[in-house]
Write a protein that binds this ligand. Structure first.
Ligand code: DAH
Length: 490
């Protein structure tokens, strides 16, 4: 519950004063005062009503009226009615709280009625006694002030220029006093005023100091508290493979480039020497979409047929990273040495060895005088760097439309060292990736002179290479985000 001061509520209330009689005729519960806050609000309303009535009565010189209504000396006064209707009828848990509130209200009303009534004192002694009563009431009131709002209300109540108690006493006690008592009253009044001012100031300073301390305490850092341990993540195994392969090829002078995952059929197929009805498209079915290509400048003049246009729809999710071979060669002349890490997509049902999304790193080197020996040397160097110095490499004839000759790169089985096991199906060899010398037909699409330039290309499957390196038997583990799997690679 928010901390609040009873009196701060009063200042916030705007109660039509004639309703106080209606209010006190009803039990607190009927007024919605079902908890201590509600009870406080009701008493604050009563207090506000009294202050307003007293102000009005003093201004109009009808002091008797208000005294009639509020003074406990008269029967059936408002305070008694409050006692009967509010306090005594309050349900048990609130009854005691309401009693305390009523006591406070009585003190509040009494002191004001006392200061507003003509002084009933014929001797200096009695004068002193009257002022002592005021002082006791004041001290008690101030002791109950807990915050700056409370104190502000009390300050106005006592020192307020139009209806503060000091002013009431000046008007009602000092001014009409008989000449022989004037001096005594004047002195006592000055002393009371000085006391009130001093105590209010002292209290103000104390409240301020407490507030400052509370603020400081709130802001203080407790260095002895236990720290919050946040679990540290680790790089995903695929990410680690990416970084390792990038490191190997960067050390050979390759650069890393990235390309769009949303491709045109031209770059994904045609320019890689895979025409529309080529059987090589069969295992490269993918996702097609009707979105416009991001950069219209990528469009090229027609090469015959919708699919022949570089920017022609339908757009597809690239099935391999090879399109970046074409995009790179279109933009630059040899020497070209690039690797292209990225995501690729295929229409595949997910199982231990298939996914609709996986990762590849394409490689391409084109220059004058690049021979099959350069290709073989690069491949062997890479495999030894990646899988270890003992691993041997062999090239097996294969087919890709964009390489000629094409090969599958095999390595001696990392699990049995080449002796033969379940993973290599007793052959001692496992297939790593596809590669080959760039087919001259591809140079035709990028206006390279095939007589002048030659080169090789390769396409690494990142999931597969990671699986071989760490002996992971299910491709789906990579994407399930199970930390028990992932933290093994930390
Ligand atoms: N793009 C091929 C695929 O995804 C992989 C590949 C094979 C890339 C041979 C090459 C390569 O650059 O020379 O199946």
């Amino acid at each position: 519950m928010t901390q609040f001061s009873r009196r701060s509520l009063r200042t916030a209330l705007e109660l039509p004063m004639d309703t106080i009689d209606d209010l006190i005729a009803r039990p607190l519960v009927d007024l919605g005062a079902t908890d201590t806050v509600g009870v406080s609000v009701s008493f604050a309303q009563a207090e506000a009503a009294f202050v307003a009535e007293l102000g009005r009565a003093s201004k109009e010189g009808r002091w008797e009226d208000i005294s009639d209504r509020w003074s406990p000396l008269r029967g059936h006064c408002i305070l008694d009615r409050i006692d009967r209707n509010w306090v005594q009828s309050a349900p048990a848990p609130l009854n005691q709280f309401a009693q305390v509130e009523l006591q406070r209200l009585r003190a509040f009303v009494n002191i004001r009625l006392f200061a507003s009534a003509p002084l009933q004192a014929e001797t200096a002694d009695l004068v002193e006694g009257a002022f002592k009563n005021l002082r006791i009431a004041f001290d008690k009131e101030i002791a109950g002030c807990t915050d700056a709002i409370d104190l502000g209300v009390s300050t106005t109540a006592w020192l307020g220029r139009t209806s503060g108690i000091i002013k009431l006493v000046t008007d009602n006690w000092l001014k009409p006093a008989k000449p022989e008592l004037k001096r005594a009253i004047g002195q006592a009044l000055n002393a009371l005023k000085a006391h009130v001012e001093a105590v209010l100031e002292e209290r103000r300073a104390a409240i301020q100091a407490t507030a400052d301390q509370a603020a400081l305490a709130r802001e203080r850092e407790d260095l002895s508290l236990a720290g919050v341990v946040r679990p540290l993540g680790s790089r995903h195994p695929l990410r680690q493979t990416f970084e390792e392969i990038e490191r190997i090829f960067l050390s050979l002078g390759y650069s890393v480039v990235a390309g769009p995952e949303m491709e045109t059929p031209y770059y994904n197929f045609e320019a890689l020497n895979i025409p529309e009805h080529h059987p090589a498209r069969d295992n490269m079915d993918t996702f097609y979409m009707a979105a416009p290509f991001a950069n219209d400048a990528q469009r090229k003049p027609s090469r015959g047929g919708a699919q022949g246009k570089p920017g022609a729809p339908p757009l597809l999710l690239r099935t391999h990273t090879s399109p970046m071979q074409v995009r790179t060669m279109e933009k630059q002349q040899p020497p070209v040495r690039i690797i292209v890490p990225g995501k690729v997509y295929r229409r595949d049902n997910p199982d231990a060895t298939h996914g609709f999304m996986f990762h590849q790193i394409e490689g391409l080197a084109v220059d004058t005088d690049i021979t099959f020996c350069d290709f073989k040397g690069t491949v062997e160097y890479f495999v030894r760097e990646f899988l270890g110095p003992k691993v041997k490499t062999r090239l097996r004839p294969s087919y890709f439309p964009f390489t000629e000759p094409s090969v599958e790169v095999d390595a001696t089985c990392v699990f049995c060292g080449g002796k033969g096991c379940n993973v290599c199906k007793q052959s001692g060899w496992i297939e790593l990736f596809g590669a080959g010398m760039v087919d001259p037909a591809v140079y035709g699409f990028v206006n390279y002179d095939p007589k002048k330039y030659s080169g090789f290309a390769f396409g690494l499957g990142v999931e597969r290479l990671t699986q071989l390196k760490y002996n992971i038997n299910d491709l789906q583990l990579y994407f399930q985000n199970d930390v028990r799997f992932l933290r093994q690679f930390a």
